[in-house]
Design a protein around this ligand. Structure first.
Ligand code: ZN
Ligand code: ZN
Length: 157
């Protein structure tokens, strides 16, 4: 999918957006770019990237197996950035993301904080809340394809 639009929803193609970050070729130069690339990592199941972009001293708190399981169980439907600010070595991004896990659809809303550490931006923590709704197989797929969920994204998991 080399020339597909980037999963983060920027409207750019992957190679001009998050792909170089995910491949480790470049580091995101702002909290917003990091946030977008982390969304892509969630949607593509790149749990290594999620760990590597978490502030080093906080990584030990992440259960990598659990992260991987949760990612494998999820289908992602889009990212929306609501607010963004950067102040010196601190950054904040408010966003919402939609995803399905098992047969539930989540509207996840979060304010994430980021920190510039030794020349790189890292994810620190997030204050999140979400709404949850049952997603039945016959439900129109949240990706907007017009197909039923069970014959669309549910089957790509
Ligand atoms: Zn992107
Ligand atoms: Zn779908």
């Amino acid at each position: 999918m080399k020339n597909a639009p980037c999963n983060c929803g920027s409207g750019l193609l992957g190679p001009s957006c998050c792909d170089p970050f995910l491949a480790g070729a470049r580091a995101p130069n702002s909290p917003l770019a990091l946030m977008r690339s982390r969304y892509c990592a969630f949607s593509k199941g790149l749990n290594r990237y999620l760990l590597d972009t978490t502030l080093p001293k906080l990584r030990a708190e992440i259960d990598e197996m659990e992260l991987q399981r949760s990612i494998e169980d999820s289908v992602w439907f889009g990212l929306e950035i609501h607010d963004y600010q950067q102040n010196g070595d601190q950054g904040e991004v408010t966003f919402s993301a939609r995803y399905a896990q098992k047969n539930c659809l989540y509207d996840h809303h979060e304010c994430s904080t980021f920190h510039l550490h030794e020349g790189r931006w890292y994810y620190v923590s997030g204050k999140a809340h979400f709404r949850q709704q049952k997603l039945r197989g016959a439900h129109p797929c949240p990706c907007g394809s017009g197909c039923k969920y069970k014959s669309c994204c549910a089957s790509k998991r």
